[in-house]
Structure formats: structure tokens, C-alpha cells
Design a binder for this molecule. Sequence first.
Ligand code: FES
Ligand SMILES: [Fe+2]
Length: 387
Amino acid sequence: MTPEHPPLLDPPAIDPPPALRQTLAGDYYVSDAVFAREQEHIFENAWFCAVRSSDLASPGKFKKVQVGRESVLLVRGRDGLLRAFLNVCRHRGAQLCTEPEGEVKRSIRCPYHSWTYALDGKLMAAPNIASLTDESGAAIDRYRYGLVPVALTEWLGYAWVCLSDTPPPFEDVIAETTRTLGDSDAINRYGIGGLDVGHRVVYDVAANWKLIVENFMECYHCSSIHPELVGVLPEFAKGVAAQANIGLGAEFGSQVAGFTVDGTAGFDRLPGITEEQDRRYYAITVKPAVFINLVPDHIIFHRMFPMSASRTIVECDWLYTGDVVSSGRDVSNSVELFHRVNEQDFEACERTQPSMSSRAYRKGGVLVPAEHHIAEFHEWVVSRLGA
Ligand code: FES
Ligand SMILES: [Fe+2]
């Protein structure tokens, strides 16, 4: 006998009872048109965490970063300042740097016709330029034809850039970050800006950036896919995310010595943190594309780079004190814990992505009460897109 199935083309409408809330519709995660609007209205308007400042430690070091639809060049000047520019030659528009990162001596030279820019963006030289005038007949203003600057500010040891002509106050980023901790000074005590990168992994995730945000915001999945994390933070088995416990985070299990893959001891706790911050894990989502994880002896800092509707690069830094890094101490036990968490999370997101275009998900799915705070993220996205 053939079992009866609902018709494939017309699945039953989801009409959630009060305890459930609707997610975004599947199209939000696969549509190129939605992704283009997100690039324009979200990533090109927000402060975007681009590079770890210490990656560009000396003059001439540069990195190329995709921000929304723009290629942005971050470069350390001869004066020691970090600056950001659009990676576009002012002559006829060639991309100046095609390598993801590198080092130049004193200038950036366009490979097409050799216009050459100082590290502060000024047009230094171009073939035959001395005899040229601008349209009004005046001598060429070397800054007017210099690289187009992008707003940049440094915080927590990272360079944040904003493509908007009128960037929102950076204080909003700080306020969002500190809100989860319930104390405006709590994040400063970790001294994140002064820490060193002990390890970095770049993940290429076949999933929409919003699935990664939503996954990070909830812990309903923790007991299913994160055995090592639940081993260290037993309360995560209940499915309540650390972000939901404003100011409290999640407490280490009584037998756990450190935030490591096997619960063995990590390193000395960071010098500035309080007793209350010891033996606790805090997780912060900084919309649109940053996650910060705080534990007593290190920081795990994620930056997302949305590349398409279905692909996101995630760069994850493990930050330790300079002493730990310079002494060459073995950080693998703590790295391994969150590396596994990342792999488990990204596998879950990649498992979800293909279903976003299924007719079963045409109207989206549902959020259980432990995930209801994700609805605020959805509302934020929708409000930004003006949809
Ligand atoms: S496009 Fe760069 S020098 Fe011509
Ligand atoms: Fe997770």
C-alpha cells in the first residue's frame, strides 16, 4: 500500500502555536537579490571588523578585504597609522592589489599605467603627470586624485571600517558589545587589544551568513552537536545560550580546570578580569558579522566575510597574552575545543543551507522559546533592508 503524503507542491502551512515563532522565509538565505540588498544596506553601512591591527604591524604591510560589494585595502603608513582605501585606481579603475595581503616599500603602484600612490593615499607620481592639469586648467591636486579613503577606527586590537559617507557612531558598536555583559567596563578588563594571536583558522563555510549568526545566538543545539563544549559548560545541556544570561555567562563545570578540549587547566587568567569573570564563558554577537567569546585565559574572536548568499568565510582568532604566545607554550588544548565547536557549528549550517531553497521552507521554519531572541535579529535584518 502506498503511504499517503501531503502534496509535494503545496506543503501544509506552518501556523505556529504561541510558543513558536516564525523564522525568515527560506528565500532570505538563497536569493541573490536579498544578498545584494544586504551588502548595500547592512555591510556597506555598518562598522565592519576587517583585520587584526597587528597583522599589519609595520609600514607598507597591507591586506585586501571584501566589505559588501567593495574591495578595501588596509595599509600601515610610514607614520605608523593604519588607513583604509577603496582598492581602485583613480585613473581608469584597475584594482590596485590583487594579492590578499603583502608588503610594499613606500608606495602602491597600479600595474596598469603605473599611477603611484603614497601610503596615505596621495597620488605621488604618474607617467607625464607633471605636465598635466585638471579640467579647470589648475595643477593636479594630488589628494583629489589620490585613493578614496574609507573610515577606520581601531578597537579591541582590530581595525573596523565603514564605507558609509556618514558612519553610525562607533559608540553603538561598543554599546551592543557591552550590553550582553551587563557592565560597560567588563570587556575592557580582558585587555583584548593587547593580546596576541596565538592561532588562527579560516573556515570557508557553504552557508548564508545569517544561518551562522542564528546558530551562534542559540544553544538549543549544544546538547546535540557539542559534546566537548557541554563537557566544559554543563549548563549548556539545558539549551540556554550564554548571551541570554546577561552579565552571568555560563559557568565551568565543578570538575573543569580550564576552557580546554578535555577540561584540563589552561593558562593564568588574564590580569584584569574580576573574580566574577573567572571560570565563566561569555558570548557576544556584534551585528552584523562578529562573535566574541570570552574565557578567563583567552579570547576567541570570529569575523565573518559574506561572499555570496550561500558562502561565508569565517576567520577565527585565538588570542592569548604576549607571554603565552612568545614563550611558545602549547595552546592546542584550548584551540582544539573551539575549533571542534566551529566545525560542528559550520557543519550544521551547511546541512541547513540546501534546505533554504526547499519548498518545505518556503515560509521558513520556527523558533522554540529558547531561540526567541533570534527573532530580534530577523527583525533587525528586515528593518535594515526596508522590506
Ligand atoms: S588604471 Fe591605474 S594607472 Fe591606469
Ligand atoms: Fe554551536
